[in-house]
Design a protein around this ligand. Structure first.
Ligand SMILES: Cc1ncc(COP(=O)(O)O)c(C=O)c1O
Length: 384
């Protein structure tokens, strides 16, 4: 039996309660490494650009936007993505959304029908199962390999006659793993092998693109499989999550291309999902051709990894995102996270990401606060 809405929501709500209670109890002494809300900026450009856009804005800069976004903005995003993916995106292939969340939800609503089956890879972003359940879509959570890479054989094994799509994240969230060339090639082979009258769709959630903090190449799934929809989050890329800006990009090789974009645009309207605010769209356009400077994040990643290794904690060897994904010393990851919260340190249990036995640390703070939290994590791991 698959979990119901309520069974999926309860652990998320319980964690939110634990988070709020811990912040209230410890006040300024709480160290919040749970939800990714960084207190230091990897790159301050979004704030500078937003201030300058706001200072120059006239009435027409704040006007209504068409569903999907302003055409010049979409054109600029298409040009930037075309370079990154080496695919000829046109402006009409890009649909701007208020964050990756709405992009995902709209893709699932517009392009799948109740009863369709989708393959997810665990661990995965917490709300995929919630959206699928809400839309009457069934799913199977396929485990990743021990090092959290894709397991194409397991994906093929999970295929059913109703399977119509696969969702992956690249870089993967919450783990920070980058799926490499061979695994994307093997995934594409599995997808092509299952093409019937209608080829299965690949949803490549690239919310954490531009969060690769070393020089590891991060190949685009859309370059491997024609029927790919790529989801992006400018909020995540530039650490301005509250500005709610993202997009979905329909691969120029996806068939039928224009019917697909029409279905997505219609779903934006039916769902009452407007484009991001006018100024936020301009902000995304201004930033889309550059990548954030992640040098400080890279230093912090190396530092935190060293501290945790010294404390004997296993941390997944990864290259992207603001997260560290660490092995939990207790089988019950939620109990371990509560134990840490009792000492004022907030991290997230992996069961919220549909996998047991790990916890996720978001590098929201620099030293010395981070070191204080890492020392507590080390002590509680030793005690567990
Ligand atoms: C993999 C993944 N997809 C989607 C989202 C949602 O992104 P947004 O804040 O742009 O809605 C997140 C946010 O953490 C994420 O990690």
């Amino acid at each position: 039996m698959r979990p119901t809405h309520s069974e999926l929501l309860t652990p998320l709500e319980e964690f939110t309660q634990l988070h709020g209670a811990t912040v209230r109890r410890f006040g300024r002494r709480a160290v919040d490494l749970a939800f990714p809300n960084p207190q230091f900026l990897a790159d301050p450009r979004p704030y500078e650009v937003l201030a300058s856009l706001a200072a120059q804005a006239g009435p027409l800069d704040l006007r209504y936007s068409p569903f999907g976004g302003f055409t010049p903005v979409r054109r600029r995003l298409a040009g930037a993505l075309a370079k990154e993916h080496a695919l000829p995106y046109a402006w009409s292939d890009i649909i701007m959304t208020p964050g990756a969340t709405i992009a995902l939800r709209v893709v699932l609503h517009a392009l799948f029908a109740p009863g369709d089956h989708i393959i997810l890879i665990s661990p995965c972003w917490m709300d995929y199962p919630l959206y699928l359940t809400d839309l009457g879509l069934s799913y199977t959570l396929v485990s990743s390999t021990h090092d959290k890479h894709l397991d194409p054989h397991a994906i093929a094994q999970a295929w059913t006659p109703s399977t119509r799509g696969v969702i992956i994240s690249q870089p993967a969230s919450p783990s920070g793993v980058i799926h490499d060339h061979p695994e994307l090639q093997q995934l594409a082979t599995v997808l092509k092998r299952h093409a019937r009258a209608k080829p299965p769709l690949l949803i490549a959630d690239e919310a954490h693109a531009h969060q690769v903090w070393d020089n590891t190449p991060c190949p685009a799934p859309a370059a491997y499989y024609a029927h790919t929809l790529t989801v992006r989050s400018f909020g995540k890329a530039w650490e301005m999550q509250g500005q709610r800006t993202g997009c979905v990009a329909v691969s120029p090789r996806l068939e039928p291309r224009s019917e697909t974009t029409t279905a997505l645009l219609r779903q934006m309207r039916i769902g009452g999902h407007c484009a991001p605010t006018a100024l936020t769209q301009q902000l995304a356009a201004a930033l889309c051709e550059t990548a954030p400077d992640l040098k400080d994040l890279a230093d912090l990643q190396h530092h935190a990894r060293q501290q945790l290794h010294a404390a004997g904690i296993t941390v997944l060897d990864t290259h992207a995102t603001r997260f560290l994904y660490a092995r939990c010393p207790r089988a019950d990851d939620r109990a371990f996270v509560s134990q840490l919260a009792d000492r004022g340190v907030l991290v997230m249990p992996s069961s919220l990401f549909h996998e047991r036995g790990w916890f996720r640390i978001a590098l929201n703070l620099g030293v010395p606060d981070l070191d204080r939290a890492l020392a507590t994590i080390g002590e509680e791991c030793a005690r567990a």
